[in-house]
Design a protein around this ligand. Structure first.
Ligand code: NAD
Length: 443
């Protein structure tokens, strides 16, 4: 089988590479010439565990190639499906901006020569597949071509940091189709991923489009709910870690995704929650739960800063803060909507200095923050003469630092743990002042 994947970011590159891994011939296309040139040389635009090795292996086997030329990747070469995996950033009103998706659809319409399934993999609102179909039809009509095609919706559920595993061994694959022919093609493509009983769920296209938003909105809701409970625990003298264990053992609730922290970030939850609220509003409905989810998240991003401000009694100017973890979550270099950015901005506004370290997101952070902060060579260097340590992203390497060394390097022994990864009692015993999220204050 041969396919094209248009958009070579986190989703497109992982999708294309994983399809190649199971023996499908894949061309990954992007308009970013530099990105494609680099990929041809084996230089990846993103960090994702295991991805580089897989890209190199499949490129060598000539199952995976990279191009800026969409036309030659779909014309007369037996290409059975074209996946659209370009960005859908939020527009000014919060709705998903479809200009990249529709630009690709038009380009496909201008260039296709044979039947194919045009699959939307980007996260798009209900009704987008219909717009994609129209865009293609208009282009076909404009050039007087009578070519049969189908559209399909195949939302992606991969998690950055575990994207390969998620794609190869998915909890489920959701595909929205409107014809048997499209279902056959999609079934053939995904068959190799169903070995371990993972379900391939076919449904109508609007339901598939909605499924992705509902999934992300539910996950964001769990996070904001737990953060709300954590804040109340702190006020009432309860310990959210205990409460989490207490509720997580109820199978109806489950123990995953109920960890409190400093708010969700990344390229998906914030924009998808906004887009769903917007879609509802445009159709005369108010998503009351999601509006609160967003509101809680915005204030949660400031919780760590507020604790810092209170501890230092507002006297932050001239102080140095060591910040561990810049990416919005571990095992990725993605800084989009990262809570670290909010904390850094608030500290800088108050005249404080920030010295940060992240295992892989330093380059990306430099691109976003420039030299407004200092960057440590490693987590220990970031601590030298610091007034406090802020644990922002729970990278595994931050979980068990040598606290004797930490204590010697820092000016003051204060830890603000935004992810509750340290043992409060243990740190207090070692002489640190410790703050977590939703924990009992020191008695
Ligand atoms: P990204 O920004 O990393 O990549 C998008 C790529 O598309 C870029 O390389 C860009 O140059 C390219 N592009 C834009 N216009 C193009 C065009 N006309 N032709 C060819 N290439 C073009 O985005 P991403 O994080 O991979 O997300 C893509 C989509 O998948 C979004 O809708 C997102 O919501 C969704 N999604 C993302 C994730 C995730 O974890 N990142 C997970 C599931 C779904």
């Amino acid at each position: 089988m041969r396919i094209a994947v248009v958009g070579t970011g986190y989703v497109g590159l992982v999708t294309g590479t994983c399809f190649a891994e199971v023996g499908i011939d894949v061309t990954c296309i992007d308009i970013d010439e530099q990105k494609i040139e680099n990929l041809k040389k084996g230089i990846l635009p993103i960090y994702e565990p295991g991805l580089k090795e897989m890209v190199l292996r499949n490129t060598q086997k000539e199952r995976l190639s990279f191009s800026t030329d969409l036309a030659s990747s779909i014309q007369g070469c037996g290409c059975e499906a074209a996946f659209i995996a370009v960005g859908t950033p939020p527009g000014e009103d919060g709705s998903a901006d479809l200009k990249y998706v529709l630009a690709v659809a038009r380009e496909i319409g201008r260039n296709m020569t044979d039947y194919m399934v045009v699959v939307t993999k980007s996260t798009v609102p209900v009704g987008t597949a219909q717009k994609v179909r129209q865009a293609i039809e208009e282009e076909l009509e404009a050039r007087g071509a009578d070519i049969d095609f189908d559209v399909a919706s195949n939302p992606e559920f991969l998690k950055e940091g575990a994207a390969i595993e998620d794609f190869l061994k998915p909890d489920r694959i959701v595909v929205g189709v409107a014809s048997e022919r499209a279902e056959k093609v999609m079934n053939k493509l995904y068959k190799p991923f169903l070995m371990n009983g993972h379900p391939l769920i076919f449904m109508d296209i609007p339901s598939a489009e909605m499924t992705k938003y509902a999934a992300n909105a539910m996950l964001a809701t769990k996070i904001s709910f737990m953060n709300d409970i954590a804040n109340l625990c702190e006020i009432m003298g309860a310990d959210v870690n205990m409460v989490r264990k207490g509720i997580g053992s109820d199978a109806r609730i489950g123990n995953k995704f109920i960890y409190p922290g400093i708010g969700y970030g990344g390229s998906c939850f914030p924009k998808d929650v906004k887009a769903l609220i917007r879609t509802a509003a445009e159709n005369g409905y108010r998503m009351r739960v999601l509006q609160s989810v967003e509101e809680v998240n915005e204030s949660q991003k400031e919780v760590l800063f507020n604790k810092i401000d209170t501890h230092f009694k507002g006297d932050l100017a001239g102080r140095t803060f060591a910040l561990w973890g810049l990416s919005f979550k571990p095992k990725t270099d993605d800084m989009r909507e990262a809570p670290s950015l909010v904390i850094i901005q608030k500290l800088l506004e108050r005249g404080a200095k920030v010295r940060a370290y992240d295992p892989v997101a330093m380059e990306e952070a430099r691109r976003v923050l420039g030299e407004t902060i200092e960057y440590g060579k490693d987590e220990y260097e970031a601590l030298i003469d610091a007034d406090a340590l802020l644990l922002v992203t729970e990278w595994p390497e931050f979980r068990s630092p040598n606290f004797n060394v930490v204590s010697k390097l820092m000016k003051e022994r204060v830890v603000f743990d935004g992810r509750n990864i340290y043992d409060a009692a243990d740190l207090r015993e070692k002489g640190f002042t410790y703050y977590g999220i939703g924990l009992k204050q020191k008695e």
